[in-house]
Ligand binder design. Structure first.
Ligand SMILES: Cc1ncc(COP(=O)(O)O)c(C=O)c1O
Length: 445
């Protein structure tokens, strides 16, 4: 069968090929997506939301959901998003307009206007990043990234061949501020063509792949440096409401860029998505951007040509929230993730060989495991596949420089049931013990 005809039969990204999650005898612990069981309720939920949304479109909205949408998305969609995430973050989404509204509008108007002015609907965090890179960053500039970062974001960045990708050291509490400052300082320039000469891309809340939650001090430090050297910080905030331990002080780094600060300019963008909490096939996300940046994005050709990036789906998802179906679904998915993460951590605590390490994540999808530095996770990957039929992603895939991270690997808790994860993690630990024994035997002989 040709490659193309094989592709036509595929139903999703992890179907077939190296990523196949359905090979009956292979447990793929690499996949960072919700499991099939978690998506199952979506058909019924979306059917209800679609009926609700289209009824209103037909009866009161002249079917305008099928028209080019307003660039940022309709007010109703942004209103639902702002309301839900303000609650989930314990921090107001889109405060600027709210403050402005307090001074210029009546109280009733404040409610009518809500505070959804900072949001721009996207087709997900992947597109959010691409949109920002293509519109706001000088093409002769730099992208600073954590030394280990979301591997496919790196692939997207590499399309911008004139941008320099600069890795920055990552510590247990987030990016190394001294390294970031040094690297930024030596590369800074005044851009003549774009708002920013450089961007720092990160995942400060339940980082991919390391699971790290950046500490408040590191978050404050990033904002301080961003203001000082006027670079943009783009945070992929796709795991931010998946807390399995105490909720952090702030659920997103953007809220450290405090608008009432004397030196506030607006340096942080939150790049959100429904992929992990509703379903990646929905292709819906949002950018939460400072007032300084919003008009530039809203007036860009790429958004004006097509209008709102995903107007129809956004309308359906707004109904999903209006009917309280999204909230209930997210709560259920969250409970499953939490159970999966805690069960996997418990097995690792009990059975991971003591020469190996991991730091129990407080939220999100990923666990980052280190082998003794002399071992290679890619070799362990081959061993584990051969003897236990388990796969995962070795560390080098997450690095700009593929030469580093060889003794790390990432597993994900999102796709498989708790039972499969518990069994798989036990077998992974057992394979690790025999791999280490075999490797040390090999060295002695
Ligand atoms: C950090 C990060 N950003 C973005 C994405 C993709 O998000 P989306 O489906 O919204 O494009 C992922 C998915 O794994 C991710 O881990």
């Amino acid at each position: 069968m040709s490659h193309q005809s094989q592709e036509l039969r595929l139903k999703h990204l992890f179907d077939g090929g190296d990523w196949n999650v359905y090979a009956p005898d292979i447990l793929n612990l690499g996949v960072g997506a919700p499991g099939t069981d978690l998506l199952e309720p979506c058909c019924d939920l979306f059917q209800q939301a679609t009926a609700h949304c289209l009824k209103r479109e037909k009866n009161v909205n002249q079917s305008l959901i099928f028209q080019y949408g307003p660039t940022s998305g309709t007010f109703e969609v942004r209103h639902q998003l702002a309301k839900y995430f303000s609650q989930m973050y314990d921090s107001t989404v889109n405060r600027s307009v709210f403050l402005k509204a307090l001074f210029t509008l009546s109280l009733n108007d404040c409610f009518l206007h809500d505070c959804s002015e900072d949001l721009i609907i996207t087709t997900g965090a992947t597109q959010g990043l691409h949109f920002v890179l293509s519109t706001l960053i000088d093409f002769n500039g730099c992208i600073f990234v954590d030394e280990f970062t979301y591997m496919i974001a790196l692939d997207s960045m590499k399309h911008f061949t004139t941008l320099q990708i600069v890795p920055v050291k990552l510590n247990a509490d987030g990016v190394d501020l001294i390294d970031l400052e040094e690297k930024v300082k030596t590369r800074q320039f005044k851009s003549k063509s774009k708002e920013f000469w450089g961007i720092y891309y990160t995942i400060p809340t339940y980082h991919n792949p390391t699971g790290i939650l950046f500490s408040p001090d590191v978050c404050r430090g990033i904002v301080r440096l961003a203001r000082k050297f006027d670079f943009l910080v783009l945070c992929d905030d796709v795991y931010n409401i998946l807390h399995y331990a105490e909720k952090p002080l702030h659920s997103r780094l953007l809220s450290y860029d405090v608008r009432t600060d004397g030196d506030y300019v607006g340096n942080v963008i939150s790049n959100g998505s429904f992929s992990k909490i509703i379903g990646p096939g929905v292709r819906l996300g949002w950018l939460e951007v400072p007032p300084r940046i919003k008009p530039q994005l809203d007036s860009s050709g790429i958004i004006n040509s097509g209008g709102c990036f995903n107007n129809y789906t956004a309308g359906i998802v707004a109904s999903l929230f209006e009917l309280d179906l999204a909230q209930q679904h997210i709560a259920r998915v969250y409970e499953s993730y939490k159970e999966r993460m805690l069960a996997t951590i418990a097995i690792l605590n009990a059975e991971l060989p003591q020469e190996c390490h991991f730091s129990a994540p407080r939220g999100g999808y990923f666990i980052w495991i280190s082998l003794p530095p002399e071992l290679d996770a890619r070799e362990f990957g081959q061993y584990c596949l051969k003897y236990e039929k388990i796969t995962f992603i070795p560390g080098p895939r997450f690095a700009v420089d593929n030469g580093i991270g060889k003794h790390y690997f990432r597993i994900s808790i999102a796709f498989h049931s708790t039972e499969k994860l518990v069994d798989g993690t036990k077998r992974l630990c057992s394979a690790l013990k025999s791999f280490m024994a075999k490797t040390s035997d090999g060295r002695q002989t």
